[in-house]
Design a protein around this ligand. Structure first.
Ligand SMILES: Cc1cc2nc3c(=O)[nH]c(=O)nc-3n(C[C@H](O)[C@H](O)[C@H](O)COP(=O)(O)OP(=O)(O)OC[C@H]3O[C@@H](n4cnc5c(N)ncnc54)[C@H](O)[C@@H]3O)c2cc1C
Length: 444
């Protein structure tokens, strides 16, 4: 069996390593246009902020490691086209420019995503940077070392983490977004208010509810960000406004969402025989709505990549879909969310209610305790849990993993009230905060 994998970051590395273990007799070739594999972008802000000192720690695999598994990894090779009818592909060696052809019995497309780059005046100016891969991380660190005023465009979790890192480096930071709140997709207002207050307390300038329209430069280097509401001086700009799936290679050959995300079934099969896909190049079933959605996360990528391997020959293990569960630590706050915010549920036309618990996370007889804010969103008619958020100076983020399982399994608030959770004063109260949410929904 001849297997070709295109792209080798998280989905690709997971697929390749598992395929090599499950099918030792297979011929496996990986094409990767970059000069490294398995880079953990989640470490960029930590590296920029000086928490992680050695960038090498942000990789967990190498072409040599894959070679030990019998995999041929062709680095700096760009796949130019794929012909799914003839099961062939064309490749360019980016080092010497040579082009070649290859064929496959099974193709795994793990080409991921690329940051959205808005076409506007000044976008090509020096010091307008992206934040996705290892090279970007190095450029950001290099340029930030001399920058004074840094503007981050996009207040999703990547932008917010970078803002924290730059603030800790002593920079003057401006965060710009067209949404009315930071992390709008992940958290409802009570939560984003806390984060925004923590930012403004640290003199971070928040410029929300406005759209960037241009960048102005001096001598080819960015000097100002222009929005529909104002102008902000900046000698470095980082664009973090979202991602697009990298799926041109299969355009017109497999089913996709309108944004180009490949639709795979629960076994990671595309609509084209012998072609599998995983990770940021794909749409995924979003359990709170039951619909396909584009949720580019490393967690989904590694699960989907592993499932490609398990299902490559015989459909064996189904993907259960996702709740888009994510966590972030910003200044003193540990924050996590799963599923829909109340706002997102209402925007999706769902009729929902929510319960918010504001309580100390453990008994007041303990020497210390912290406030915890938990919100659970559920369908009004059925009580089915569709989303939740938690914020505390104590680390309660794992409770969102628990609620992710609840959403996955269609649990209701009534059931949540009586799930067996432990009690131990170091960690919680006799009624666990999740139980409390379930119980209070009954009275609501
Ligand atoms: C700054 C940042 C922080 C993040 N933090 C988190 C986090 O904390 N938690 C989390 O779950 N997720 C996080 N993510 C998201 C996560 O990094 C992505 O979901 C993940 O990288 C997706 O992996 P992937 O393998 O599907 O795609 P990608 O990482 O996009 O990799 C695709 C690979 O395919 C290669 N490729 C593409 N086209 C071709 C071609 N034609 N020929 C050859 N090679 C090709 C690319 O060079 C690349 O190596 C973060 C992302 C960023 C940018």
């Amino acid at each position: 069996m001849k297997i070709v994998v295109i792209g080798c970051t998280h989905a690709g590395t997971a697929a390749v390593t598992q395929i090599a273990k499950l099918y030792p007799e297979a011929t496996i070739t990986v094409y990767e246009r970059n000069d490294n594999i398995s880079f953990l972008s989640c470490g960029i802000a930590l590296h920029v902020g000086g928490v992680v000192h050695q960038a090498e720690q942000l990789f967990y695999s190498t072409p040599e490691h894959l070679a030990d598994l019998g995999v041929v990894t062709k680095m700096r090779h760009d796949v130019l086209s794929v012909d799914t009818t003839n099961q062939s592909l064309y490749i360019r060696n980016l080092v010497n420019g040579e082009e070649s052809q290859d064929t496959y019995d099974k193709l795994v497309l793990t080409t991921g995503s690329w940051p959205i780059i808005p076409q506007m005046e000044g976008i090509q100016l020096d010091n307008v940077l992206l934040c996705k891969n290892y090279a970007h991380a190095q450029t950001i660190i290099h340029k930030a070392s001399t920058a004074q005023r840094i503007a981050v465009v996009g207040a999703g979790y990547i932008g917010v983490e970078l803002v924290e890192a730059f603030e800790q480096l002593g920079k003057q930071v401006t965060l710009i977004d067209n949404a009315p709140r930071v992390m709008f997709k992940y958290l409802d207002q009570a939560y984003t208010d806390m984060v925004e207050e923590a930012m403004t307390d640290r003199q971070i300038r928040l410029e929300l509810n406005q759209t960037v329209t241009a960048f102005k430069g001096i001598d080819g280097k960015v000097a100002k960000v222009i929005t529909n509401l104002g102008e902000y001086e900046a000698d470095l700009v980082i664009l973090c406004i979202g991602f697009r799936p990298n799926t041109e290679l299969l355009k017109g050959q497999v089913d996709m969402l309108p944004n180009g995300a490949i639709i795979v079934d629960e076994y990671m099969r595309t609509s084209c025989p012998h072609v599998y896909a995983a990770g940021d190049s794909c749409a995924i079933r979003y359990n709170p709505t039951g619909k396909h959605a584009y949720i580019p996360l490393a967690t989904n990528a590694v699960r989907m990549g592993t499932l490609v391997a398990r299902n490559l020959v015989t459909p064996t293990i189904k993907y259960m879909g996702t709740q888009g569960t994510s966590g972030i630590k910003i200044f003193d706050y540990n924050i996590a969310s799963t599923g829909l915010t109340e706002q997102a549920a209402l925007d999706a036309g769902m009729i929902v209610k929510s319960i918010t618990i504001d309580d100390n996370y453990r008994p007041e007889f303990m020497p210390t305790y912290e406030k915890a804010m938990l919100k659970v969103v559920y369908e009004e008619a059925t009580g089915r849990i569709v989303g939740a958020q938690v914020l505390s100076k104590a680390d309660l983020t794992q409770s969102m993993n628990t609620l992710s399982v609840c959403i996955q399994n269609h649990m209701t608030m009534d059931e949540l009230g009586f799930v067996d959770f432990f009690f131990q004063p170091h960690y919680n109260k006799p009624w666990n905060i999740l139980n409390q949410a379930g119980l209070q929904a009954y009275m609501h």
